[in-house]
Design a protein around this ligand. Structure first.
Ligand SMILES: Cc1cc2nc3c(=O)[nH]c(=O)nc-3n(C[C@H](O)[C@H](O)[C@H](O)COP(=O)(O)OP(=O)(O)OC[C@H]3O[C@@H](n4cnc5c(N)ncnc54)[C@H](O)[C@@H]3O)c2cc1C
Length: 468
């Protein structure tokens, strides 16, 4: 526990992964930290709840991580929670085409045939390590597969400067300039862009789309290996809160910050809870763009960088958790070439739950078409898609469902939006911004949130914020 004497605390506003990681860095640097979280639990967009009817812990939305998400992994290690993630030995995504008359399932994999890997090392450099599996991938024709190289090769060679210069163009337009047909965009590129960027290639900037493929497929051969959570996501946030408290931070749950009060160009205090006021030496504002904008004192809202926060849009994700009377899938997860059932996760298997009944979670990103439908309409569409995709559902009974709509799941990395992803430093000297949507270069992920929190903490530490 740190002894802070009369030092006014740094207030972290928001207990999502951005706020939690900023708090961790600041408390470890010896700062007096108070974290405010509006809800009774931390975790923000990555949380779990216990379904009272079925006694199971469900996540608001199925989350995955990848080996390239190194800052998120390091965060888990620091809080002593790394064992909640189980990584694949190598990237392997089985993809189902429900309309296919031939091969129903085909696998995209980074596993290399014997002779091309030795002692666990993959002898073909990225992205060539994907080549053997792409050659046997059945959901694209031979010429479509050959033409993937016209996009992969420039992506591999592209500099960061060139990538950033493509922000006004959509990734779909860039792909079509590089000989990718609409069908290939839908059946291959969207398969990866939808779950990572929460929108289709047509609504994602080329800058963001290319970043995904450079990071995941063109750097390390292991970068895209997928990590699955073997426990509810809430365990990560609960452990982080516990660790923060042990290290001397105060964490105030159920405590919303309602006003930031400035004195000249500095934050002097905040108002929170039931009108209490606290003098602070600095603020990390770790909220999504809209609520962050609403908390900025009004005279500052039209100035740099704050007005940019009001330009952000959001994209929805829907998860349908389903309980079946029998096992309807064998793999941990599958991708489906159907917009109503994009990825299906075998929750009972991943979590090691005693079965039956069997739980699966269907995750639908960029769910603009579904979000305004009723729960019953969503279940009807998703059940139909799941029954078409998973042959084992034949004769199986769907016992229960739980739909979780996250209407404002993530910011949209649309063409032209990169300029509005701002850096942590602002024109208010001791107020810094964090959140997955800030200028990390990553799409809305846990990795982006953790990176943003760390960047914000660094700026405050550089400012050497002292008690007034
Ligand atoms: C359904 C779903 C699936 C996802 N899947 C993945 C995935 O597979 N992999 C991945 O990496 N990422 C995924 N993401 C994205 C990831 O969860 C987010 O990018 C990340 O958690 C955002 O963290 P954050 O801290 O920036 O913001 P948030 O999580 O939004 O945190 C902000 C926090 O601030 C609190 N708050 C708001 N107003 C106030 C106030 N006035 N005072 C105090 N507290 C306040 C909120 O309650 C919240 O806890 C998914 C997101 C969703 C919704």
């Amino acid at each position: 526990m740190n002894d802070h004497g009369s030092e006014a605390p740094i207030a972290i506003i928001g207990g999502g992964l951005a706020g939690l990681s900023a708090a961790l860095d600041l408390v470890d640097a010896g700062r007096n930290v108070v974290l405010f979280e509006r809800r009774p639990y931390a975790g923000g967009k990555a949380y779990s709840f216990k379904d009272p009817s079925y006694e199971v812990v469900l996540d608001n939305g199925q989350h995955i991580t990848m080996r390239c998400c190194t800052e998120f992994q390091a965060f888990l290690e620091r809080i002593g929670c790394a064992d909640v993630v189980r990584y694949q030995e190598h990237l392997e995504v089985a993809v189902i085409d429900p309309d296919s008359r031939g091969h129903h399932v085909s696998v995209i994999s980074a596993k290399l045939p014997l002779g091309l890997s030795r002692g666990g090392r993959r002898l073909l450099p990225a992205p060539l390590h994907m080549l053997p599996s792409m050659l046997t991938y059945e959901h694209l024709g031979a010429s479509e597969k050959a033409r993937l190289a016209f996009a992969f090769e420039p992506i591999r060679r592209m500099s960061e400067f060139e990538r950033l210069s493509l922000d006004r163009q959509s990734f779909a337009d860039w792909l079509s300039d590089h000989r990718q047909s609409e069908r290939v965009i839908e059946r291959f590129w969207d398969l990866i862009i939808l779950p990572t960027c929460n929108d289709r290639c047509s609504d994602v900037s080329a800058t963001q789309g290319i970043q995904i493929f450079q990071e995941g497929f063109s750097s390390e051969t292991t970068a895209a290996d997928i990590g699955l959570f073997t426990a509810g996501l809430g365990q990560v946030a609960d452990t982080a809160v516990d660790q923060l408290r042990r290290r001397g931070a105060q964490v105030q749950l159920n405590s919303s910050v309602d006003e930031i009060l400035t004195d000249e160009a500095e934050v002097a205090s905040i108002r929170y809870g039931r009108g209490e006021q606290m003098e602070v030496s600095g603020v990390v504002l770790a909220l999504p763009p809209k609520p962050a904008f609403d908390l900025i004192p009004s005279p500052w809202r039209r100035r740099e960088p704050f007005w940019r926060l009001s330009r952000h849009e959001v994209s929805p994700i829907i998860n349908v958790h389903m309980q079946w009377d029998r096992e309807v899938m064998r793999r941990d997860f599958v991708g489906v070439l159907d917009p109503d059932a994009q990825f299906i996760f075998h929750r009972s298997q991943i979590h090691g739950w005693p079965t039956p009944p069997h739980w699966i979670s269907v995750s639908i990103s960029g769910a603009h078409d579904l979000v305004d439908l009723s729960q019953a309409e969503i279940v009807a569409r998703v059940e139909r898609a799941v029954r078409r995709a998973l042959r084992r559902t034949e004769g199986a009974t769907l016992l229960a469902t739980r739909v979780v709509k996250e209407s404002e799941a993530t910011f949209r990395p649309k063409p032209g939006m990169n300029a509005h992803r701002v850096r942590p430093r602002t024109s208010i000297r001791n107020l810094v911004l964090a959140g997955a949507w800030t200028a990390t270069g990553w799409p809305a992920t846990m990795e982006s949130a953790v990176r943003s929190g760390r960047a914000a903490a660094r700026v405050l530490l550089e400012e050497q914020v002292q008690s007034p």
